[in-house]
Structures are given as structure tokens and as C-alpha cells.
Design a protein around this ligand. Structure first.
Ligand code: NOJ
Ligand code: MG
Length: 592
């Protein structure tokens, strides 16, 4: 059939060009993801708000810190009512953050440094200033059904549904003479996902950013995507607390079954794009505060649901067994072969170092030693804490503003969003503005990157030692996982291959010295060496750990590495292999 070799060559070339390949499948396994809240990371133009150029200027920080991927909270054009989570143009960058060129430069620089960039995708709602919404108000053409509109009951809203941000989830619009649904702020109308045109718009948005070269998305508020029975009330939950939203059981506004197929349709777009353009696989991280069962389901639809259980199910009063349960229930629930993940904090929740006073390092150790993806919220690497004294006048967060002067503090997310503390000079090195958008935490003279880089022991040193170990240890990459509680107080986590063991021990007791004998679980292993110890532990890196007699002070945690007695550590094996190879060459040459 083929007349010549030339034709065969051409045919093969054509086949190769047509059939693409998705590269680096599952690259995110073992990767540290770092969440940047762009307003608060680095301000390059001194207007008091962080921006894209600021981030680009600081990208080396991630290389030094052992971070592999960066998730940017929204950078799209937005009236900033919910600081970017209210988007008025999905395909543009807000000028407060810079220009599209600034974003392209950020991507180029990040790629050159080997860093992956993922964006926040906010599909559930737009800003009420988006032109889709304006057209929808006027019932213009296809936009008429882009949002969820319903008739009221006389002068009252269609039903009792509540907004996550407080008050009714419905807002009356006098032009259209109907009510629109907003599960969050009234300036964030919910899109109507039962409308295929809306689904199409979001696909276009995803493709737009894929073409720019992003490595994937963190998807916002996924359980809220679909709603059903617009006229029916949601039943009461029986929960009585200060937070009105909890008083209803959200059976019509969250976790609707259609959600999962929509997520799967996005996976298809990501895969098709990667396949057609021979790029790395694209990652999709899902924000879903849901039951364990409903959360885990997302794994079966081509995405990774964030594991928020260290945030929602543990407090500083929790003992070691609570942590063991959190870890085991996640590991047991996730589908076989899927990649676990561990989130300690984000822009909506109190900072880790504030939730677990004196135990910030312990939490970082957990995230880094457990298998899969570790997620770091900006500032966690230096142990930043919540700024709890932000006044009502300084308050920015819409959730806090909606709660009112009396209650704002219990709801405000501002304390966890203050500027990153780079050094001990003006505005912590974040900006030269006279006023930053949120005040800087007054502890910045001590808690900051530069000081912590030079201190003998610091949260940052702990963070770096952990990422270094993570990037070099096979036990952490491929090893098995065992979790246990010793003497009620000590959480024990072991990652092991036949060549190496990495153990994390956390003493949860606030006053009792912990004694541990690990000779039985580490049979055949030699004494270990401390790789990381929590700040203030008085334990040193490289100090020997005698397996039969490990002593851990209260609230202290250590990570140590051990090798089997019969086997030498990997680097010795490697050098031995090199020597044997060199000798064989010598012998062959001589023999010739
Ligand atoms: C979840 C985001 O994390 C939060 O910051 C935002 O306010 C809501 N979704 C609404 O987009
Ligand atoms: Mg919705």
C-alpha cells in the first residue's frame, strides 16, 4: 500500500500529530499547593492592595520554600464586594491586580521556575454588575434564563431560603418584577445551571484560561451550583446557633445530584484540551463543605475535593484520637488509587496558628507527612496568626458587614486576610502605601519571613525542612501509611518503604512528657535521626533517636528518618552502584 519509506514516515507523523497525549498525569501527587490571596500577598504599585506584579516579583519564594503549585484566589474583573468572588468579567483581570499582560508575565516567569499556576473558577454566581445579569433583568434574548428568577408570594420572597451571608437568599428586582436567587451576597446572583447556555459559558471560560496556559482550577462553592423546587421552603434543621443559615436543612439549594455530572463535564474539557495540545494533565480542586460521602464523591467525577476535616472537625481541645479518626476516615473513604489531600487553612477560616495555639508546626507536619497533596494558605509557612482586633470601621468582609456592628467579629474573615509579613520594616514589606487595605498584624516585627530565615529555629525553618524532606524521601512519596495513638496522647504516623521509614510523633498532652518505644513497629531498623522538630522543643535536627526510648516533651512534635539495619541508606547504595559500575568498566577495558 505504501509506495515508499517516505510515505510511511509521513503517515506516522500524521498519526502522531492527530493523536495527542496528556503529559505528567497526576503531577499533583506529593505537590505542595500554596494559596495566594492576591490582595494580601505583595503590593508592587503602593496602592495598599496586593497585585500580580507583586506576586511575580516574589515567585522565588516558592522555589526556596519547596512549593510546586500556586492557587490564586480570583483575579478577574470585579466590583470587589466579595473581594473577587463577585466577578463581572470572567475573561479579564481586574485593574486593581494589573493587566492581562501582567498575568501572562506571571505565568511565563512561573513556568520558567517550574511552578504551576491554578486559578479560582467561580461558576456559581456572577456579580450583579456582569452584563449577563443586566440583560437578564431586561429579559434580553438568551440571557432571560441565565439566573434563577421566581415570583414572590405577594410582597414576600418566593420561599424561606437563606443566604450563606445572612438574610433571605432572594432579592426583589423592580424592573423585572421578580425575585432573583443569591446564595451568597445580594450582589452575587446565582447562575442557572439547568440552562445549557450557562453551562456553555462556563466551558468557554475554562477554555479561555487553559489557552493562557494555566494548570487547572480550584472551583468555588460547588455544592451550591444547582437548586430545585424554587417555590418550596427548606425544612428547619433543628440547629439553634447565632448563624441563621444553619437553621435550615439545605435540601433544595446544596448537593443536588446534577452537580457531579457538571463537574465531570469540566473534567472532559480539561482532558480534551490537554490531549489536543499535548500539555500536562490539568488539576481540578473542588471547594465543597459537605458530608464525607458527598465530598468524596467528587473523586469519581474527575476532581479532587478539598479535605477540610482538620479545619471543621478538630480544635485545639481535640486529642490524638480525633486526628487519627480524621486521617483514617479520609483514607478509608477515598477511592482506591486516588490522591489524598490535607488542607489546614484558607481565606474563609481562622488561621491554623490561631486555631491550634502553640501547635502550628504540628499541623504543618501533618499536612506534609501524610500522603498526597499538602495545601498551604499564605502565611502559614511563617506561622502568621489572625488579627483579631480589626475595628468595625476597618472591616471589609461582606459577611462581617452583613452581620452588623454587634456581631461582626464572630463572622469576619478579615483577621485571616491581613497582608503577608515579609520583613520587619514599614508595612512588613508588603507595601509602601500610607494605608494598606487591611491593617498589618502588629506581630510583624517578629513574625516575618526574613527574621525567620535567619533564626536558628522558626516556623519557616520547620516548613522548609519538611518540604525538603518531602521532595527527597521515597518513604514520603511512595511509602505505606500507618496511624496510631500511643499512650492516649501521642499521635504516631509512619510512612515506610523497605528502604526507609519516616515517622511523625506529636505529643498532644499539654503537660505530660511522652515516652515511646518503636522497636516493635520498626523491627529491623536502626536508630533514627531527627529531621524536623517543632519550634521550642529544644530538640535538634540530626540528633539521634533511640527507637526503644523516645522522649517527647508536651505539645512537641518530631519527624525522624530511619533506615533498615541490613540496608544502607539510598545515597550509599547509589554510590556503591556507581563504584561497581566504574570497576566493571575498568575490568572490561583491561580485559580487552
Ligand atoms: C467560597 C469562597 O471561598 C468565599 O470566600 C466566598 O465568599 C464564597 N465562596 C462565595 O463565592
Ligand atoms: Mg447556585
Amino acid at each position: 500500500m505504501f509506495k515508499s519509506r517516505y510515505h510511511i514516515f509521513l503517515s506516522l507523523l500524521a498519526v502522531t500529530l492527530i493523536s495527542g497525549e496528556i503529559l505528567d498525569r497526576g503531577w499533583w501527587n506529593h505537590t505542595v499547593f500554596y494559596q495566594i490571596y492576591p490582595r494580601s500577598f505583595m503590593d508592587s504599585d503602593d496602592d495598599g492592595v496586593g497585585d500580580l506584579k507583586g506576586i511575580t516579583n516574589k515567585l522565588e519564594h516558592f522555589v526556596t520554600s519547596g512549593v510546586g503549585a500556586i492557587w490564586l484566589s480570583p483575579i478577574n474583573r470585579s466590583p470587589m464586594v466579595d473581594f473577587g468572588y463577585d466577578i463581572s468579567d470572567f475573561k479579564d483581570v481586574d485593574k486593581i491586580f494589573g493587566t492581562m499582560t501582567d498575568f501572562e508575565n506571571l505565568l511565563t516567569r512561573a513556568k520558567a521556575l517550574g511552578l504551576r499556576i491554578i486559578l479560582d473558577l467561580v461558576p456559581n454566581h456572577t456579580s450583579d454588575e456582569h452584563y449577563w445579569f443586566k440583560e437578564s433583568i431586561n429579559r434580553t434574548g438568551k440571557y432571560e434564563h441565565y439566573y434563577i428568577w421566581a415570583d414572590g408570594k405577594g410582597k414576600l420572597p418566593p420561599n424561606n431560603w437563606l443566604s450563606v451571608f445572612g438574610g433571605s437568599a432572594w432579592e426583589y428586582n423592580s424592573i423585572r418584577n421578580q425575585w432573583y436567587l443569591h446564595q451568597f451576597h445580594k450582589k452575587q446572583p446565582d447562575l442557572n445551571y439547568t440552562n445549557p447556555e450557562v453551562q456553555e459559558e462556563m466551558k468557554e471560560t475554562i477554555l479561555y484560561w487553559l489557552r493562557k496556559g494555566v494548570d487547572g482550577f480550584r472551583v468555588d462553592a460547588v455544592p451550591h451550583l444547582f437548586e430545585t423546587n424554587y417555590t418550596l421552603d427548606e425544612p428547619t434543621s433543628g440547629i439553634e446557633d447565632d448563624y441563621e443559615y444553619d437553621s435550615l436543612n439545605h435540601i433544595f439549594t446544596t448537593d443536588q445530584p446534577e452537580t457531579y455530572n457538571l463537574v465531570l463535564s469540566w473534567r472532559k474539557i480539561l482532558d480534551e484540551y490537554a490531549y489536543q495540545h499535548n500539555t500536562s494533565e490539568k488539576v481540578m480542586l473542588i471547594e465543597a463543605y459537605a458530608t464525607l460521602e458527598n465530598t468524596i464523591k467528587y473523586y469519581n467525577y474527575g476532581s479532587i475535593p478539598f479535605n477540610f476535616y482538620f479545619i471543621t472537625n478538630a480544635t485545639d481541645a481535640s486529642d490524638a484520637s480525633v486526628f487519627k479518626d480524621i486521617i483514617e476516615s479520609w483514607m478509608k473513604a477515598i477511592p482506591k488509587g486516588s490522591i489524598a489531600n490535607w488542607v489546614m487553612g484558607n481565606h474563609d477560616r481562622n488561621r491554623t496558628a490561631s486555631r491550634f495555639p502553640g501547635m502550628a508546626d504540628q499541623m504543618t507536619m501533618l499536612a506534609m507527612i501524610l500522603p498526597g497533596v499538602a495545601v498551604t494558605y499564605y502565611g502559614e509557612e511563617i506561622g502568621m496568626v489572625d488579627k483579631t482586633d480589626i475595628t468595625w470601621e476597618e472591616t471589609q468582609d461582606p459577611l462581617a458587614c452583613n452581620a452588623g456592628r454587634e456581631k461582626y467579629q464572630s463572622r469576619s474573615r478579615d483577621p485571616v486576610r491581613t497582608p503577608f509579613q515579609w520583613h520587619f520594616q514599614r508595612n512588613a514589606g508588603f507595601s509602601n502605601a500610607n494605608k494598606t487595605w487591611l491593617p498589618i498584624h502588629e506581630n510583624y516585627t517578629i513574625t516575618n519571613l526574613i527574621v525567620e530565615q535567619y533564626q536558628n529555629e522558626s516556623h519557616y525553618k520547620v516548613y522548609r525542612a519538611l518540604t525538603t524532606l518531602r521532595n527527597t524521601s521515597d518513604a514520603l512519596k511512595f511509602g505505606s501509611l500507618s496511624v496510631d495513638v500511643i499512650n492516649n496522647n501521642i499521635l504516631y504516623i509512619l510512612r515506610k518503604t523497605s528502604e526507609e521509614a519516616v515517622t511523625l510523633l506529636i505529643n498532644f498532652s499539654k503537660d505530660k512528657q511522652g515516652k515511646v518505644d518503636l522497636t516493635r513497629v520498626l523491627t529491623g531498623f536502626k536508630n533514627g535521626v531527627i529531621k524536623v522538630a517543632s519550634v521550642g522543643s529544644k530538640l535538634r535536627q540530626n540528633q539521634t533517636v533511640e527507637l526503644n526510648n523516645i522522649s517527647i516533651p508536651p505539645k512537641v512534635s518530631i519527624v525522624f528518618q530511619a533506615y533498615p539495619s541490613s540496608k544502607a541508606p539510598a545515597e550509599y547504595v547509589a554510590s556503591l552502584q556507581t563504584i561497581i559500575l566504574a570497576l566493571s568498566f575498568l575490568i572490561i577495558t583491561l580485559y580487552k
